[in-house]
Design a protein around this ligand. Structure first.
Ligand code: ZN
Length: 234
């Protein structure tokens, strides 16, 4: 059964958003992708997006016809209102409030608002994002209640239904790998391992069994741990 709606996927080029893209391609008649460029310290993740989109279109012909336009929105203005390890050379550390200093306050609220505006203009009524309450740093603007509130606010503000889908909200990193395998088999798992990017330090380097990265930063550690748990359960 195919959902005839058009979806817009928040697609950064990382493991989670690539899994979300596959989830959307499996479900919706038409899928477009969106990323935000806000002066991240490393552009490598944005560069991975094109490779992932190309590989998905090449390796999954039944999805290729549904994969529509890609959008890159310049949100450099975020650099003016944030001072974090993502936009400066400061070390990543936990702040007094328990959140890593990579946190840009309210970032996802801004992203979702821009995404909804773009979706409206593109005739899409579903936003898909990789927000997750499990296994992650506890960003309050990624929590399920925040998403539900945003769905209501956006639908009211646009006077049009705007559904927010977050297929990874309650999954562990291991379960995210399993979801990818269920959607696209070992070919999709291999694509995610080799072509997506997660490392905070922007390292590609050697290919580990879980992918490329420094292997030590919180993002690499989380990805490696999740992949090990996925493999152990296989
Ligand atoms: Zn790393």
């Amino acid at each position: 059964m195919q959902d005839t709606r058009k979806a817009l996927v928040l697609f950064s080029g990382g493991q989670d958003s690539t899994t979300c893209l596959a989830w959307a391609l499996n479900r919706y008649a038409e899928v477009e992708t969106l990323a935000f460029d806000y002066g991240q310290r490393h552009r490598v993740e944005l560069d991975c997006r094109n490779t992932v989109r190309e590989q998905i279109a090449r390796q999954f012909p039944h999805w290729a016809g549904r994969l529509g336009a890609d959008h890159l929105l310049d949100l450099a203005v975020l650099g003016q209102i944030s001072d974090t390890a993502l936009t400066s050379e400061r070390a990543i550390e936990l702040q007094a409030n328990g959140l890593p200093n990579t946190f840009v306050p309210g970032r996802n609220l801004l992203f979702l608002t821009f995404a909804a505006t773009l979706a409206y203009r593109r005739g899409a009524s579903v936003l898909v994002g990789g927000m997750c309450e499990t296994d992650f740093s506890g960003y309050p603007d990624c929590r399920d209640n925040t998403m539900k509130a945003m769905q209501v606010a956006l639908s009211l503000g646009l006077d049009a239904p705007m559904t927010l889908e977050t297929p990874l909200m309650f999954t562990t990193k291991a379960a995210t790998w399993r979801l990818a395998e269920g959607l696209g088999g070992v070919a999709l798992v291999k694509l995610i391992v080799e072509d997506t990017h997660t490392c905070y330090l922007g390292e590609r380097g050697a290919l580990h069994d879980w992918g490329r990265g420094c292997g030590h930063c919180p993002a690499c550690a989380l990805r490696a741990k999740g992949f090990a748990a996925y493999r152990a359960a296989a």
